[in-house]
Ligand binder design. Sequence first.
Ligand code: DC
Length: 219
Amino acid sequence: MAMNVAIDGPAGAGKSTIAKAIAAKMGYVYVDTGAMYRAMALYFLRAGIASNDEEKISSVVDDISVSIKYEDGAQHVILNGEDVTGLIRTEEVGNMASASSVYAPVRSKLVALQQELAKTTDVIMDGRDIGTVVLPNADVKIFLTASVECRAKRRFDELVAKGMEADFDKIAKDIEERDYRDSHREISPLKQAEDAILVDSSDMTIDEVVNTIIGYCNK
Ligand code: DC
């Protein structure tokens, strides 16, 4: 049986940083499910489809192929044969991913892919619905969160460090909007699974969070 670790939580809680570090230490494969929703979102944006056009979005889902591959341990997302890993980290793509992931055909396609990956491989998978829907029988489930201020500050610092423009209030507002949409959608909303362990990283260092979760994995 493959070892499955699920990490869910809101945008900016540090899920990917933490999950990557744990994967490296424990020898698991890190699966970033948000990147899959982002790849689909990029397709919708390129096709000029509005984020609320459910009919159009649903009608093109079958034209889209998303897969992932690993190069030197890093996940690459492939959209219809094109490696789009470097193109999906923008706010525009993130917002489209949040908006388009409310639709059932989008979700069922990606959930199937995620479940297939976890069947045969030791994975640490991060997302919004991993512990609740994708891997309800995961060996360890973590709900990783942090205050809105703290998440906005981390995002702000990240952008500033990259020499990019950043507006703290706008970042905080975007985070709040995304939290609301992700946790209030009808299908698979972001929520803590009943058997998930809550970890609030607001006042913790990355190492502290990583070691706390590894402690649960080793139990
Ligand atoms: O984690 P992220 O910011 O890369 O995710 C982008 C969006 O994709 C997120 O706002 C909601 C959606 N998503 C989802 O619905 N389910 C997942 N398992 C992962 C992401």
